[in-house]
Design a protein around this ligand. Structure first.
Ligand SMILES: Cc1cc2nc3c(=O)[nH]c(=O)nc-3n(C[C@H](O)[C@H](O)[C@H](O)COP(=O)(O)OP(=O)(O)OC[C@H]3O[C@@H](n4cnc5c(N)ncnc54)[C@H](O)[C@@H]3O)c2cc1C
Length: 369
């Protein structure tokens, strides 16, 4: 059976759903296909930090993009709440990124100089803000505007809002290949159906490389598995998110505290290992001894989509008409989802992405600035 859409999106993670939402707001006829459930992969595994200052050290363009995307959250969440009725548990609790060495201190001081809303604070101030932290530090970068959401609920509220505005989402419909004719992509095929469209966007997270390879397109990138766990506490021992290399503590609504995350590159394995979780536990209790009194809730794992340069790939696939990609958001897909949705909707409206993440050159491996 032939069906026609303006835009088909492959992948119903936070990125695919954010794009679908922005496109349906602009009255486009949109179909999203996922091989599994909506938000069933990385977008449900994420800690949900909106941490502008966690990764983008020294990259002013990415820092600006991340800040812009984070600042879109309050208005976007209000919109989504009005349409879907869902609460995504947004809290703007701030983040402390701790320094333990002189080189950490130098890097974080430099970051505070380029960031418009993070400041360097000495150890005494860290202890005043978070007295339950045990470990000695050499000060911290304090980002008061950073916060967190439930990543799973954000994805579901984007998808459900897109559906209310007219998008179709089909779960358990793996895309097996593209409909193509002389360099023009005009749809996709699943096992039992073909779907036609003017534009196809691949938002398949860590699977985007495999999906695009069926069209002979090679994007660099690889999966990075991450494990997390959560505990419940009588009362929250910290207010702010505590970020260190190898372990972060994220206070969630309702006295839940999330601890993440391990990093295992080049694997699609989503199992939780005792080694991974016990290393996280040791680091977390060393940072915050009260965690030892936490009641165990659960542990989980997901696969982050990474590119060679940590930049996401957002734009048209060179050499192709009607084929684009929005993928490779690595540890920041939740944070960057609002901006990615807008950039891709602009692209579908005929406005080239002139800002941060345009894909340049034929089959180029990275996006240029
Ligand atoms: C442990 C962990 C912690 C994280 N913490 C944070 C955080 O605190 N803040 C933050 O901003 N980011 C965080 N991230 C990163 C974030 O989760 C990802 O960057 C983001 O979810 C990527 O979204 P996505 O939509 O590109 O990918 P995904 O959510 O993986 O979605 C891709 C979708 O494509 C579908 N798909 C694949 N192949 C096909 C096919 N052939 N046909 C149809 N559909 C297909 C999959 O089923 C999947 O649903 C974390 C990630 C992990 C694993």
């Amino acid at each position: 059976m032939n069906k026609y859409y303006d835009v088909i999106i492959v992948g119903a993670g936070v990125i695919g759903c954010s794009i679908a939402y922005q496109l349906t707001k602009r009255k486009k006829k949109v179909l999203v296909l996922d091989k599994g459930k909506i938000g069933g992969k990385a977008s449900s595994a994420a800690a949900g930090m909106l941490g502008v200052h966690t990764e983008f050290d020294g990259d002013e363009d990415l820092l600006k993009a991340a800040t812009k995307s984070r600042d879109m959250f309050p208005a976007l969440l209000q919109e989504l709440n009005e349409i879907s009725g869902m609460d995504v548990e947004f809290i703007q609790n701030g983040m402390l990124k701790l320094a333990f060495t002189e080189s950490d201190q130098r890097a974080l001081r430099m970051l505070s100089a380029v960031s418009k809303d993070a400041e360097w604070i000495p150890e005494e101030e860290v202890s005043r803000l978070e007295p339950r932290l045990s470990i000695r530090n050499m000060g911290a970068l304090y980002a008061g505007k950073d916060g967190n959401v439930s990543a799973r609920k954000l994805t579901l509220s984007l998808s459900s809002s897109a559906v209310r505005l007219g998008a179709e989402i089909k779960e358990f419909s793996p895309v097996l290949g593209f409909l193509q004719d002389r360099g023009k992509c005009h749809g996709v095929r699943t096992q039992h159906e073909t779907y036609h469209s003017s534009e196809v966007i691949v938002a398949g997270g860590a699977w985007s490389r495999a999906i695009l390879s069926t069209a002979g397109v090679d994007i660099s990138g690889y999966p990075v598995k991450g494990e997390c766990f959560s505990v419940m506490l009588e009362s929250p021992p910290i207010k702010r998110t505590i970020f260190t290399e190898g372990c972060y503590l994220v206070p969630k609504q309702g006295n839940h505290l999330l601890v993440g995350a391990t990093e295992h590159p080049y694997t699609f394995d989503e199992s939780v290992t005792l080694g991974g979780i016990s290393r996280l536990m040791n680091k977390a209790i060393e940072l915050l001894p009260d965690l030892a009194y936490g009641h165990w809730e659960k542990a989980w794992a997901g696969v982050r989509p990474k590119t060679e340069r940590t930049h996401p790939l957002i734009g048209r696939v060179p050499g192709w008409e009607g084929l684009s990609v929005a993928s490779g958001h690595y540890r920041n897909g939740i944070l960057l989802s609002p901006l990615t949705g807008i950039l891709m909707a602009d692209l579908m409206d005929g406005n080239e992405i002139t800002s941060l993440f345009r894909l340049g050159g034929k089959n180029e491996r990275m996006f240029e600035k």
